[in-house]
Ligand binder design. Structure first.
Ligand SMILES: Nc1ncnc2c1ncn2[C@@H]1O[C@H](COP(=O)(O)OP(=O)(O)OP(=O)(O)O)[C@@H](O)[C@H]1O
Length: 254
């Protein structure tokens, strides 16, 4: 087990989010440490993506505050927060080749050409896609496209990477392989990852800690071992029981 720093990188304090009077995130408080791999786990519609979007600044909080490195960022636009997001749909520009897709943000920021060249090469090599500079998105597999999307986020050297079901569109075999790669990359770079999934098994194998959410309410935060062996609510117990049954190929009894 790798020792994590004690520094809090992202903190949500009593965060609420409502859409049209309906509360979808309810009084959420959570601290995420520097270099930590934290997963938000919960069923569809429980508020995971909304939480990620509030951290990124794409969505405003209804109440509460969000701190990044000790600074309240609720009034900061997304581009002034030191975070990047990787989405499930690769979101690459279809008319640009791999190089231009990855370089896009740096070009916009008027970074010098030579530096862009170096950083794009470095990002591509991190995701094992060296030599793919000239490929168009349509000429690559789903896994390759998602690697490029990850490289495009990493090229900005963010302190925090938000990943919204990044492997959700991949088939099972590739998904497993990419889980290992992503985890390895996260450890190597020491970037704080906030990862959204509804796949319990994925969360148990990848995370330092898991925050289980149901219906907008945080149920439990803990290491995979704690979540698995010492569930604190009925909801958490039932969800982890299901995973165990699947692993052991036993029938799930209700
Ligand atoms: N812009 C919006 N306007 C109105 N309701 C919204 C909006 N965005 C999300 N919601 C609602 O908020 C709730 C939480 O949605 P959210 O996308 O955060 O869930 P999720 O846990 O990420 O689900 P999934 O795993 O299916 O992506 C849902 O009921 C959703 O319909």
């Amino acid at each position: 087990m790798i020792e994590l720093s004690d520094k809090v990188m992202v903190e949500l304090r009593n965060v609420d989010k409502s859409f049209g009077g309906i509360k979808v995130v309810k009084n959420l408080s959570l601290k995420i440490r520097e270099g930590e791999f934290l997963t938000l786990l919960g069923p569809s519609g429980c508020g995971k993506t909304t939480t990620l979007r509030m951290i990124a600044g794409f969505e405003e909080v209804t109440a509460g505050i969000i701190m990044i490195e000790g600074e309240n960022v609720v009034n900061k636009p997304p581009y002034r927060r030191d975070v990047n997001t990787v989405f499930q749909s690769y979101a690459l520009f279809p008319h640009m080749n791999v190089y231009d897709n990855i370089a896009f943000g740096l070009t916009e920021k008027k970074v010098k050409k030579e530096e862009i060249r170096q950083r794009v090469a470095e990002a591509l090599s991190l995701v094992q896609m060296g030599g793919y500079d000239k490929r168009m998105p349509s000429q690559m597999s789903g896994g390759q496209r998602q690697r490029v999307a990850i490289a495009r986020a990493l090229v900005n050297r963010p302190k925090v990477l938000l990943l919204d079901e990044p492997l959700g569109a991949l088939d099972l075999k590739l998904r497993k392989q990419m889980q290992v790669e992503l985890k390895h990359l996260q450890r190597k770079l020491g970037i704080t990852f906030i990862y959204v999934t509804h796949d319990q098994e994925e969360s148990l194998t990848m995370s330092d800690r898991i925050a289980v959410v149901n219906n907008g309410v945080l149920q439990q935060v803990g290491s995979p071992d704690e979540i698995y062996n010492r569930p604190q609510t009925k909801f958490v117990a039932e969800r982890t029981y299901e995973v165990l049954c699947k692993w052991l190929k036993l029938p799930i009894r209700s």
